[in-house]
Design a protein. Structure first.
Length: 596
């Protein structure tokens, strides 16, 4: 075994050596990216095809997949090169699909060193609902989307049809021509000679030589590099051989143990990627459907004889994939007893699916919507445990992860129950990530389910969106848990469910029991507690709502909870969440940008 390892090591080293040796033997010959591309030679070198000594520092070009010559600079923008004038030391640029203009718009304070701009122009970007192909203009594909055709128009040009477009931004000082001053090979090129780096020079000195001398210089350099490389690799070979002979047995066992531990952790914590064929096999050709909604269908599947999963197959005809990306990106970082665990996902062409642990008791909605049925009522103690579990799951999302996760779709349908009726929060398709040290998140559109959406998510007139928006949705969930099918406060004149939370508040004001008598009589402390906490969470002003950490404390204790203020009154914010000294909660919060 030791001999086999030693021989393998020798082979790997010899292969690496032969590659390095072959690299040193490459001549600094003139190359092209395409049939019509510019010639590439000193001071330029072609990345990955010329050795470093073939070019002057900073003069690097590469070939893209379309065989275009691209200038490599230490900035996010890569410029396509049309021609290189070695005699006048100038580079002519062009923009094949105008997408470089988008990068220029995003990048500020760019330095083009060692080049400087000698010709530039200004562009305007227009958003057009229909195309301008008849005018000869080419859209910017990386900025365009269905119904939004973005065009880059030279500032001095007039284009027919722009009166029906909206100007979005200006892209100023777009370079068309670069020039370089160092190294100065103008005279050398004029004489028909070639520039190169001095073989024994310092500070990147250059010399002008006939092409015949170039091969001699290359041969001498290859000899020196070959000798140095050979000596280094022989020494490395001896060291590695001695190391393997001495410590193979001990390290092999240790490495195997590390690998096994890593694979076990990886399997437990990181979702796996499945093909669509795997999904069909896991679900037995989608045999057992668990449910169906606007997003797609959920099927029961089996990974092994003991491991069952729920596979959510998303509709390929709806959405642009954002919900899928949100859910996979978010769930891959979450590991909590009250959050459903993602086992894997499928992104096979246009087919997308999410694979979760299977929770046999369905959703919380299944139990609270049929609460007037004695066989479905879980009991107030169990409902309180479920409420606490959901609160702990949300509190983990807000404070327990590296980045704060806002769910934005908390409702009974998204609370699943395992064998022991442990609550697990699910469906992160609308979730957003934001920094933990900031309080607010900017959003362009409302998201969530009607009836559970916080007012500020629906309209910014009610405040700014923050983690308190999840608190509001949780409060509505608590009130829904004590409602069942019956409408507290419903009268023949008013049976609208929108009045239900206000009816609960009115019952508390009158010292009435807010619970719905379904399946059992007895102490009304738990439904009263849930009602009080729920009303605290749905306060109209976001700063008057408690944090989820405070909500958890209220649900765990809550024997002497302070009665909440009227969340439906137009005035009068409160400053107390539970028993204890009052605190001023009208804080100024700074808006932050959501992290995609």
């Amino acid at each position: 075994m030791q001999q086999a390892v030693l021989i393998s090591s020798l082979c790997l080293i010899l292969v690496a050596f032969s590659r390095v040796l072959g690299e040193t033997q490459k001549a600094c010959k003139q190359l092209h990216c395409g049939d019509h591309g510019p010639a590439i030679h000193f001071p330029f070198r072609l990345k990955d095809r010329h050795p470093d000594h073939c070019g002057y520092p900073g003069f690097v070009v590469s070939c893209n997949e379309r065989h275009e010559t691209v200038l490599e600079l230490p900035i996010p923008v890569k410029f396509s090169v049309n021609t290189i004038d070695y005699k006048n030391q100038e580079i002519y640029l062009y923009y094949p699909d105008n997408c470089q203009l988008a990068k220029l718009l995003e990048t500020q304070n760019m330095s083009f060193f060692p080049f400087y701009v000698i010709d530039q122009g200004n562009f305007m970007l227009f958003d057009c609902s229909s195309g301008l192909e008849e005018s000869g203009e080419v859209a910017v594909p990386c900025l365009s989307s269905p119904g939004h055709h973005i065009y880059a128009v030279y500032s001095s040009d007039y284009v027919e049809g722009l009166q029906y477009c909206t100007k979005t931004s200006d892209v100023l000082s777009v370079p068309y021509k670069f020039r370089w001053s160092e190294p100065n090979c103008t005279e050398c090129e004029a004489k028909g000679k070639k520039c190169r780096l001095k073989s024994n020079g310092t500070k990147n000195e250059i010399e002008c030589v006939h092409e015949a001398n170039m091969s001699k210089w290359g041969a001498a350099r290859k000899l020196v590099v070959t000798g140095a490389s050979l000596g280094s690799f022989v020494l490395m070979l001896l060291v590695i051989a001695a190391y393997h002979v001495y410590s193979y047995d001990r390290n092999e066992k240790e490495n195997r143990l590390k690998i096994e531990r890593f694979l076990e952790d990886y399997k437990a914590l990181k979702p796996s990627r499945y093909s669509y064929a795997d999904i069909k096999r896991i679900t037995d050709q989608f045999k057992d459907k668990l449910g169906e909604g606007a997003y797609g269908s959920v099927y029961k599947g089996k990974l092994s004889s003991e491991l069952f999963v729920a596979v959510k197959v998303l509709n390929s005809s709806t959405g642009d994939g954002e919900d899928f990306i949100n859910e996979v990106g978010t769930m891959g970082h979450i590991h909590h007893v009250n959050v459903v665990r993602m086992v894997g996902f499928c992104a096979d062409g246009f087919r997308r699916a999410l694979v979760y642990e299977f929770l046999p008791n369905g959703s919380l909605q299944d139990f609270i919507s049929s609460a007037n049925n004695n066989n479905s009522f879980l009991g107030w103690d169990k409902l309180q445990d479920i409420a606490l579990g959901v609160a702990q799951g949300i509190e983990y999302l807000h404070q327990g992860c590296d980045q704060r996760i806002l769910h934005f779709d908390i409702k009974p349908q998204n609370v699943l129950l395992d064998y022991n009726f442990t609550a697990k929060l699910s469906d992160f398709g609308l979730a957003k990530l934001c920094s933990k040290d900031q309080s607010l998140v900017s959003m362009t559109t409302a998201r969530g389910t009607m009836g559970y959406i916080a007012p500020e998510v629906f309209s910014r007139n009610f405040g700014k969106v923050s983690y308190k928006s999840d608190v509001y949705s949780f409060g509505m969930l608590l009130l829904e848990m004590i409602r069942g099918k019956k409408h507290i406060g419903a009268t023949p004149e008013n049976t609208n469910e929108a009045y239900y939370p206000e009816a609960v508040y009115n019952l508390l004001e009158e010292a009435e029991d807010p619970r719905v008598h379904i399946g059992e009589e007895g102490d009304g402390k738990i439904p009263t507690k849930l009602a009080i906490v729920g009303l605290w969470c749905i306060q109209w002003n976001p700063v008057d709502r408690p944090s989820m950490k405070t909500v958890v404390e209220m649900l765990e204790g809550g024997e002497n909870l302070t009665k909440p203020p009227n969340p439906f009154a137009s005035t009068g914010s409160t400053r107390i969440f539970a028993t204890g000294p009052s605190r001023n909660l009208n804080l100024e919060l700074e808006t932050i940008v959501e992290l995609e």
